[in-house]
Write a protein of this length. Structure first.
Length: 366
């Protein structure tokens, strides 16, 4: 006998088949999880209504789980320092420029995101800070991370850059502050053979930038510190000199660039890997290529998920945090629909096998 299609089923029948997000003993917590599912499925509130799409998590603190793969809600993450729990699933703001970021970040917070990733160079920190403040969510329940730009290499420049980022964000501490790039700025629009800052040396990133970040961390202005785009070579040098171990390394990580050696090194040294470009670069054709990967499509069909959800779930299974971005309410909600299924180890390996060594960002050679 032919099974009825999902389209022909009642809402109650579909809900009955939906996997539970968490097995919880506390009735109140179970009710909150149920409300989260309901709110995620509801349409967006009108832009001028002033209503939040998701309010149930406003009262929930960030919650530590053993690994990113164990996360079952947007408040779940791993402890990266004594005072910081970093959510497994956050909202990225790359390419959301000044004046454009406030709306998407506000919407992301309303639908439940609790990690917002920004950067000095994105020029949207003020928008992010405004959105967090107006959300009404307690500050200690939103994880804010921003990045130090490479033109600010050096001890004093780093102190000033961090101070300005915090001022733009309107906060008195940052949950995570990371070095955006280990190298200096070269290439366009700079003249050939020059760099910014002009006095840059490799020493600046470890003795200059990182030493300043360590001091800010020890002063309590930073809850955790880390790096971005660091290779194993960069990390080995830093670990041999630092007083405070980097908590996070944010890098390009996707099925075409499965940085297994780097991931293993970070795990061995207690450094969390956070992925950018999880769904490909900003190029639409590239995203289409990612979504068409046979192993990804097979999992999407098996679990009744989208290719994007499978790609993000794959990263979490490998112990890597993700920060996808979107301006669309529906896509924001779709992206975090990764907590009600798991990939098998064989499925993870099949997606791993798609690696091409393809980078969309920096080659990591300085």
């Amino acid at each position: 006998m032919k099974k009825p299609s999902a389209k022909g089923q009642s809402a109650g029948e579909r809900e009955a088949k939906r996997p539970r997000l968490l097995e919880v003993e506390d009735d109140r917590e179970a009710d909150m999880e149920a409300a989260l599912l309901k709110s995620a499925a509801e349409p967006a509130a009108p832009a001028d209504s002033g209503l939040a799409v998701c309010t149930v998590l406003d009262t929930l603190p960030l919650r530590a789980v053993p690994s990113f793969g164990d996360a079952r809600a947007l408040v779940d993450g791993v402890r990266i320092s004594e005072k910081a729990i970093m959510p497994a699933f956050g909202f990225g703001t790359y390419k959301l420029k000044k004046g454009d970021a406030f709306g998407p970040v506000s919407l992301a917070l309303k639908v439940g995101y609790r990690l917002i990733d920004t950067a000095q160079i994105y020029d949207n920190e003020a928008d992010v800070g405004k959105a967090v403040k107006q959300s009404g969510i307690p500050r200690d329940r939103v994880f804010i991370e921003t990045k130090h730009w490479r033109s600010s290499h050096g001890y004093e420049r780093t102190l000033e850059a961090c101070r300005k980022s915090m001022k733009r964000l309107g906060v008195d501490y940052l949950d995570l502050y990371i070095i955006h790039w280990p190298g200096c700025k070269t290439g366009w629009p700079l003249p050939r053979g020059t760099c910014s800052p002009p006095d840059w040396t490799p020493e600046m990133r470890d003795v200059g930038i990182y030493r300043a970040m360590e001091d800010l961390y020890l002063q309590g202005k930073l809850r955790a510190i880390g790096v971005s785009n660091y290779s194993v070579r960069h990390l080995k040098t830093l670990l041999s000199r630092c007083r405070v171990k980097p908590a996070v390394n944010q890098v390009e990580f996707h099925p075409w660039l499965v940085q297994s050696e780097l991931l293993e090194f970070c795990k061995e040294n207690g450094i969390v890997l956070q992925a950018y470009a999880s769904l490909g670069s900003g190029d639409v054709s590239c995203r289409a290529d990612f979504f068409a990967i046979p192993a990804v499509r097979a999992c999407a069909k098996k679990y009744h998920k989208t290719s994007a959800q499978v790609l993000l779930r794959w990263a979490l299974e490998k112990g890597v945090a993700v920060i996808p971005k979107s301006k669309s309410h529906d896509r924001m909600v779709e992206n975090f629909g990764v907590f009600d299924f798991r990939l098998t180890s064989d499925e993870v390996k099949q997606i791993d096998a798609c690696r091409k060594g393809k980078r969309f960002a920096w080659k990591g050679d300085r």
